[in-house]
Each structure stands twice: as C-alpha cells, then as structure tokens.
Design a protein around this ligand. Structure first.
Ligand SMILES: C[S@@+](CC[C@H](N)C(=O)[O-])C[C@H]1O[C@@H](n2cnc3c(N)ncnc32)[C@H](O)[C@@H]1O
Length: 459
C-alpha cells in the first residue's frame, strides 16, 4: 500500500493558523477512522438509514459503517446524498441568512453538486437555484445529482464566471465554493498530499480573487456572498476576506455557532471579517473554511430581456405531456428541440433571461418527447417529485430485481400490465420501463447503469 506524507512545509505553514493544534491534527490524520455521512432528501421518503445527527444540519447523518452505496437502489433514487459533514455547514449559514421572500441563488462552482443539493433542500418552489460549472466534463454529474434530487426550480449552466457579468444584480445569494489547494481533504484523499505546494496555494489565491471579481457585479444590493474552500491556508481564506472587504462594499456577517461543535471562529487580520474553520481533530468532519459577506452597495438594475420568439404551442402535445405531471398548473411547459420540459411558473422570466446570456445544460425537469400518440417519458421525470404517480403504472421491484434493473439487465414482466411503468424500490422511482407481454424494455439510461457485479451475499 502506498503511503503519503504531509508535504514539506505544509505543517509549518499552518503553525500560525487560528485554532491549529499541530499534534492532534497530525494524530487525527494518521490514526483516526474515516467518517461516512449522508444527507437525506427532504422531498423524497427518507431511507431506513439511522445514525447520529450532524449537529449543524438536521438532514445530515453519520453512519456507523460505510455501506456499498452503488448497490443501494435508494441511493440511485435520490433518497440521500453522500456528503462530508463539514460541508453541510453551508445549509446552516443559509438558514441563518435566508429571508422568507423568494430568492435567486447562484452556486458558481457547483460540480459534482453536493452543495447544490444541500441548497436546494432549503428552498421553496418560489426560490430559484442556478448551479454553474465551468468544466464541461463535470457538468453531467452535476445535472444528474440535481435530477435525482427531484425539484423543478433549478437550472444548470456551463459558464465561466465572467459570463455572468451581464446579469447585474440578479442573484440574492451567491455561493463561491472555490477551487482551492484542497488540504482539507488530505484525510479522505491522502494522494492529494502529493499535489500540494506553496506555489499552488498562491496560484489558487490568485484564481479565487479572479473568480470573485468576475462574479461580484452579479450580486444584488444587500445580497449575501458565501465564500468557502476546503483549504486550511490563510492565503485562500482570511486573506481573501480582507481583500474582498478592501476591494468591494462588503460587510462581514457573524454566524452564531454552538461552542460544543468544535468549529473555530476566526477574524481576518485586517478587516476583522468572520470566518469558520473546521479541523478534523476538532469537529466530526473534514477541513472546511466558510464565511459570509453582505453587499452594501447599490447595483444597476438588471436590463430585462423579453423573449419575442413565440413558440407555436402544440396544444394536443401539451395536454399529453401535462397528464404525466402532478399539479400541471404550477409549471411552465416549453420545448427544446423535440423535448418537453417544465419549470415552476415563477421562474419562466428568469429562464428566458438566463437562456439569453448563459449556456444552459439543464432547466427544470425534462418530461419527455412525443412519438405519435405516445409520450416517451424522460428519466428526469421519473426521478422528479412532479411525476404524476396516479397516471402511470408502477412496478415495485425486489432488491435483486432493482439491482438488475439498475444494471440494465432484462427482467421479466410477471403482470398483465402493458405500457410505460415507473420502476420503484420501496416506493421510490428508479426510472422507466416499457412493459410488454412477458418481458419489459429497460429504459434506465446507459450512462448511469451499474457496471460492476453486486458483492457476494453474506451467509
Ligand atoms: C470545490 S469544487 C466544488 C464542489 C461543489 N461545490 C460541491 O459541493 O459538490 C470547485 C469547483 O470549481 C470549479 N472550477 C475550477 N476552476 C474554476 C474557475 N476558474 N472558475 C469557476 N469554477 C472553477 C471546479 O471544476 C470544481 O468543480
């Protein structure tokens, strides 16, 4: 087994960091067992998993052992997300700052979507989440994770932060979970130690400044900027807060925390902006830094965009599509090429505007495409909370059948039912199949199928 050492200068570079305790930090990295935590989906029935609650997140649970998530159908159904516990603190911040009125939230550096699903859990249908990822190849996993979460009030974009400049003052809350030197993940991913260097910390710092400069105009007056990293280095944390307060009209927000949680509250040296440090020897979680700033500057009004391209509405098609959706009057239905999609009515205007300025990879929920008198329902619809379960067949699978379905194996149809059916496990939808006499066509997406064999059953 390959062992990894802390990089040269790493431990010394942390000596002056607030709350850093050298010996217990090293000991935790060398000797403590890794934690496993999940966060349950409030929009779906929760799993049977039990465990100690994450103190700062009601939906977060520490599991006693790490199960095989790949072979848990409820994982694929989006009943929960596997997430490191410290990251869940962003939900605690959101709960503290989020007012009752509707907000537009941007998660700027969003893939694979851990914090996007976390934010989404705290939102109502009136709130809109734009989850952006700059790296094209990382967008599909972000879109899949949001599809599993099941709501229609999210939009996934694939843009550089500077592309948002045209959306002056559009967002009420922006999360910049910045790309960083990653030292906070050394315990989970010791191989990352080999990548760390002081030069890289400096490069990350410069990139963080660039990202924040690009996105600042997009924040509304009195809006909140949440800044986080998984680095312990002050150059990427407190120094960034000082620079932000110097450069822009931003005011620090202090978050009340329970001293029993082990979170270290820090103040940036120059501007006294508050930050929250998570050290794995002090909290039950990995390394994280989080902070919140509020914009105290008027921002130009957004120039609104009117979509004059009138789409010819195919009334018959629309009625067929609506039949698959719960409370269709709550949604705006639209077409992208042959696909029908739906987003909550409240977000129609935002969608039009964003479509004009950004590269949209997913908006709301994809319902499906019409083929003659049939709707070929989309996988996103199966996983969404808007699917009209009264209007479609449902086939409840045993554990073995569910795994076979998720592997895209053929399974037999033991019923007399024919047509599109939701395939469910413990009542949670996994995807679609078309039932035919004695057999069924498996419509689970090829790219999502389980590629490995299940572990041998315990005697
Ligand atoms: C810390 S990760 C985000 C993790 C994510 N928020 C989550 O909770 O699952 C940082 C993300 O920033 C993206 N990124 C890298 N360079 C970037 C840049 N110049 N501007 C914006 N995002 C960038 C990376 O591709 C990566 O997905």
């Amino acid at each position: 087994m390959q062992t990894h050492q802390f990089p040269t200068h790493f431990i010394e570079s942390l000596a002056q960091e607030p709350g850093f305790d050298r010996d217990s930090f090293i000991d935790t990295h060398q000797n403590s067992a890794l934690l496993t935590s999940i966060r349950t989906n409030p929009f779906k029935k929760t799993t049977h998993k039990t465990g100690e609650q994450v103190p700062w997140c009601a939906e977060g649970l520490y599991l006693d052992t790490r199960p095989s998530f790949t072979f848990d159908p409820l994982f694929h159904a989006g009943s929960y997300y596997v997430q490191e516990a410290s990251s869940m603190f962003i939900a605690y911040i959101l709960k503290y700052i989020k007012a009752d009125e509707a907000v537009k939230i941007l998660d700027l550096c969003a893939a694979p979507g851990g914090k996007s699903t976390l934010i989404n859990s705290a939102m109502t249908a009136d709130d809109l989440l734009v989850a952006n990822e700059i790296i094209k190849t990382r967008v599909p996993v972000l879109a899949d994770n949001l599809s599993r979460w099941g709501t229609a009030n999210t939009i996934v974009t694939n843009n550089d932060p500077k592309d948002f400049a045209r959306l002056h003052g559009f967002f009420d809350i922006i999360l910049v979970d910045a790309p960083c030197s990653g030292s906070g993940m050394f315990r989970k991913d010791p191989a990352a130690m080999d990548e760390w260097s002081e030069a890289n910390v400096k490069l990350c710092h410069q990139r963080q400044e660039r990202i924040l400069t690009d996105i600042y105009p997009t924040l509304a007056e009195d809006g909140y900027l949440i800044y986080s990293t998984c680095s312990y280095s002050h150059q990427e944390n407190e120094d960034i807060l000082d620079w932000l307060c110097d450069e822009f009209e931003l005011e620090t927000v202090r978050i009340p925390i329970d001293s029993d949680w082990g979170i270290v509250e820090t103040e940036s040296p120059l501007k006294k902006a508050w930050g929250y440090r998570f050290y794995p020897d002090k909290v039950k979680g990995e390394g994280l830094f989080a902070s919140v700033l509020r914009k105290r500057e008027s921002t130009d009004n957004l120039v609104s965009f009117k979509n004059n391209r009138n789409q010819k509405v195919d009334i018959t098609g629309l009625e067929m599509v609506k039949a698959y959706v719960n409370q269709p009057a709550s949604y705006y239905f639209f077409k992208v090429n042959d696909d029908w999609l739906a987003i909550n009515n409240q977000h129609k205007e935002s969608l039009n505007l964003l479509q004009h300025h950004l590269y949209i990879k997913k908006s709301g929920v994809r319902i499906g495409k019409l083929a003659g008198n049939d709707l070929i329902p989309d996988h996103e619809l199966a996983l969404s909370i808007m699917v009209n379960k009264e209007a479609v067949l449902q086939t409840e699978l045993t554990y073995d059948e569910a795994i076979a379905y998720l592997r895209r194996d053929n399974i037999s149809n033991n019923t007399t039912n024919k047509g599109w059916s939701l395939m469910t496990f413990e009542g949670q939808a996994l995807g679609w199949a078309k039932l035919l006499p004695n057999r069924m066509n498996n419509y689970y997406p090829k790219e999502l199928r389980i590629m490995t064999s299940p572990p041998p059953k315990q005697a």
